[in-house]
Design a protein around this ligand. Structure first.
Ligand code: SAM
Length: 343
């Protein structure tokens, strides 16, 4: 029987429940061990490569150990010796690593300490060298990448399994207001994709959301934007099953009434639009169109930090608006809303 390992995944703070739902759905028999801000730990016997189908996560790590960490710089030699004495799991990437692999350690730190995260990373590296014969590598040239998350007196030591390309999906051009693909995926996952979905993102920018929707079957997937440059970029990024159109979300005249089963969109918000009246008018017209094109049991999943304007536009369009999750994104706090028919 395949062996259980404990993993840690990171995600934008606020998306944890969505990531847990994706884990439990895609990895039968996995169990959630812990959920803290921006991190989820779970146990599974699925081969780790299969875990890469979790698309709402930023990164995947193999959990190695919880370590007690002191508060003072003088405690760091103990940290180094604890890491030197660790028994690493019999994990393929570790057991198959060449002898004397080159390694790097990144550390994060929250709480009160008299050492910096760089001091902690250096101590961990010392432990890896002394106890395991590992040699220091560089950011661009290493065989294994460890991570030490220090939260108060506790340290979470793990091995990074995903590369930098994972969360950027390797091949994409992003527009200025583009969502990170894992966040776009979380919105798509929340929409509960179905094989017969007629899917629309009418503010698609560089196409991140419809491209993430293409990870699952659908009757049709359309992205649209009012900017010809965005449409051009989205067309270059999108696979062929995604149709990208030049359109005005306030006037969806080419789209039949009650035909769209699922809308997922990152609306213009934050500093992306001139003034409050513009955004109020935009949301009002878009919600009136949403009311017209959305199928009776359809749902719109919308991301914005303009809570008031969205609620007002929904009220005017006689649609029901529910705030689901507030997420932390580049220092801003937009909310994911679910909008359905009925006031
Ligand atoms: C927040 S961005 C979307 C970013 C996109 N989710 C991505 O990841 O690239 C909002 C987009 O709405 C577009 N937009 C603004 N007003 C519009 C309108 N009336 N109709 C359609 N698109 C509009 C802008 O051109 C911009 O690309």
């Amino acid at each position: 029987m395949a062996k259980d390992f404990t993993y840690m995944v990171t995600a934008a703070p606020g998306l944890e429940d969505i990531v847990v739902s994706e884990i439990l759905n895609k990895l039968p028999q996995a169990w959630i061990q812990a959920q803290v801000r921006g991190r989820i730990m779970f146990v599974t016997n699925h081969p780790w490569e299969e875990l890469l189908k979790l698309r709402s996560i930023d990164n995947l790590y193999l959990h190695i150990a919880w370590l007690k960490i002191g508060q003072y710089k003088a405690d760091l030699p103990h940290l180094a010796s604890k890491i030197a004495n660790l028994n690493f799991p019999e994990f393929p990437l570790i057991t198959r690593a060449k002898s004397n692999p080159r390694v790097i350690v990144n550390a994060s730190r929250s709480g009160h300490h008299t050492f910096s995260r760089f001091d902690a990373a250096a101590a961990a590296l010392e432990g890896l060298a002394d106890g395991h014969g590992y040699a220091p590598g560089t950011k661009d040239d290493h065989d294994l990448h460890f991570r030490l998350d220090i939260m108060g007196q506790d340290g979470l030591f793990s091995l990074k399994l995903t590369s930098a390309e994972f969360r950027f999906r390797g091949y994409r051009q992003f527009s200025q207001a583009a969502l990170r693909p894992p966040v776009a995926h979380a919105l798509v996952w929340l929409s509960e994709p179905k094989d017969d979905d007629i899917f629309l993102d009418p503010f698609c920018g560089s196409g991140t959301i419809p491209i993430e929707r293409a990870a699952y079957p659908a009757a049709s997937i359309t992205g649209g934007d009012i900017s010809p440059e965005a449409v051009e970029t989205a067309r270059q990024n999108a696979p062929e099953e995604v149709e990208i159109r030049l359109l005005d979300a306030c006037n969806l005249e080419d789209i039949q009434s009650s035909s769209v089963t699922s809308i997922v969109s990152n609306l213009p918000w934050g500093k992306q639009i001139g003034n409050d009246e513009d955004i109020e008018a935009l949301y009002r017209k878009f919600l009136a169109e949403t009311n017209r094109v959305l199928a009776p049991s359809g749902r719109a999943i919308l991301l914005t930090d303009r809570h008031e304007e969205l609620t007002k536009a929904c009220r005017m369009a006689q649609m029901q608006c529910r705030a689901l999750y507030t997420i932390s994104l580049h220092g801003m706090l937009p909310t994911i809303f679910s909008v359905t028919h009925g006031s």
